[in-house]
Design a binder for this molecule. Structure first.
Ligand SMILES: [Zn+2]
Length: 216
């Protein structure tokens, strides 16, 4: 059974998720740790729980979600998984961060592509990939297929009460709505949503309260 731990990192309170199962193998989703103390908190959690990170998964390439990529890759020797359409974002993370006043370590350029339907395996478990363009061209969500433990890691596609912004480079409102209504909502009402920022929610809660999803 998959377990998760949420960290809120950097000034933008980006959500970093550690995901693991009974084997102790884990994946780290969107490491946004920026300061030494944030890096230390992540490392300490991994060590205290005897976890073994085997993969780094990015939902998209925005700088606040990849600030800790270099640290995670160096510390645990893992590879970075990201959709190829967001590789340009990843490559620009340093200069993009600078524009917003952040000095970040450039994420390692070597990556492994993720695409619709891919299974990302770790331990005895896996996460599946759906491509969800709109916030960025190469945005993806990762989700579980455990019947009693349905979770989708939604990145900046869907938030509690809101949706991802589409005014940044590569953003597209129609694509985002398509991703939300044809892909994320289709996962099912009972999915728990762990977003790139803010508190967790569920698909059913968002369908009844999120103004962007009340389309009838
Ligand atoms: Zn973003």
């Amino acid at each position: 059974m998959i377990k998760t731990k949420t960290f809120y990192f950097n000034d933008l309170r980006e959500c970093t998720y550690v995901v693991w199962d009974e084997s102790g193998e884990s994946v780290i989703i969107d490491p946004g740790c920026q300061s030494d103390s944030e890096r230390e908190r992540l490392k300490k959690f991994i060590e205290t729980n005897n976890l073994k990170p085997v993969k780094l998964l990015n939902t998209h390439g925005h700088f606040d979600h990849v600030m800790g990529n270099a640290f995670v890759v160096k510390t645990w020797g893992v590879k970075t998984y990201i959709n190829p359409q967001d590789k340009p974002q990843l490559e620009r993370a340093f200069s993009y961060g600078e524009m917003f006043g952040y000095s970040i370590e450039q994420p390692p350029a070597e990556t492994i592509d993720v695409n619709d339907g891919d299974k990302i395996e770790f331990g005895n478990s896996y996460l599946k990939v759906i491509t969800t363009p709109g916030h960025t061209r190469g945005g993806v969500c990762y989700y579980t297929e455990e019947p009693d433990n349905k979770i989708v890691f939604a990145g900046d596609t869907l938030f509690a009460g809101s949706i991802g912004r589409t005014d940044l480079p590569g953003g597209d409102y129609d694509d985002l709505m398509n991703s939300l209504l044809k892909k994320i909502v289709e996962l099912g009402d009972d999915y728990k949503v762990l977003s790139g920022h803010g508190p967790e929610t569920t698909i059913s809660h968002e369908l009844s309260t999120n103004p962007f999803l009340r389309y009838e």
